[in-house]
Design a protein. Structure first.
Length: 70
């Protein structure tokens, strides 16, 4: 379960795509593919800092929890 390895790495904080690939042992292309899939599912999000893209686990907003069971 490669996507779980990526999520596990991001539990310790934000990381660049390159850092995630290095820790998980996945190729950069494979890492990017899984990150984009996780982003579509709303589990992770990316942001840019100092010209580099970083990824982190997406925090749920209170409204999302409120309407979770509808």
């Amino acid at each position: 379960m490669k996507h779980l390895r990526i999520l596990k790495v991001l539990e310790s904080g934000e990381k660049s795509e390159e850092e995630i690939a290095k820790v998980t042992g996945l190729s950069r292309l494979e890492t990017r593919r899984f990150l984009l899939r996780l982003a579509e599912q709303g589990k992770v999000e990316s942001f840019q800092r100092e010209g580099q893209i970083f990824w982190k686990i997406r925090e749920k907003r209170p409204e999302e929890e409120e309407f979770k069971y509808l």
